[in-house]
Design a protein around this ligand. Sequence first.
Ligand code: SF4
Length: 196
Amino acid sequence: MDGASKRERLEGVTAEVRACRLCPLHEGRMNPVVGGGSLDSPLVLVGEAPGRKEDEQGKPFVGSAGKLLDSMLEEANLERSKLFITNIVKCRPPNNRRPLSKEVRACSTHLETLLGIISPRVIAPMGNSSTGHFLRMFGLEKAKIGDIHGNVFRVEASWGDVILFPLYHPAAVLYNRTLEQELKDDFAALRRLLEG
Ligand code: SF4
């Protein structure tokens, strides 16, 4: 798929998400957050859901977790503008609660369309909710992020072979600084994986 077709298809998904009422999360949103970055990226980072700042600006990871993510990317020598970042649900849950399974299921069509457009070589789900969603999607055994972060899972997606590489969510590091070094090490490993 060439760049123009990808951009056209992204515009289509963006319009669908803006009009979407498939789950109750549309009721409280200011702006849905489809995602952002390069449509040619070999890596898609997938968080949980937009927070307050993301909802205000319609952009992913622009709050405090986003700042931490930026510093992790910089340290791993990964340029944010060359990656694509999104979430498993596109609308902010009330009071930043975790999205319910039925909301994640409802929003999975948008996520799958987006991933199909980008066709990344690596998907890095961040946190338990996002990792759980991808483990289910690819028929892998349920596991906690603390047990499988930084592990490589080779799976088959509709566009080809994909590596699933779970990471801690940057927000988890804000609450528990002892996870910081582990997340840094995982980003360094992710960088090596992309170079390999
Ligand atoms: S969270 Fe997803 S499924 Fe729910 S209303 Fe928003 S775009 Fe639609």
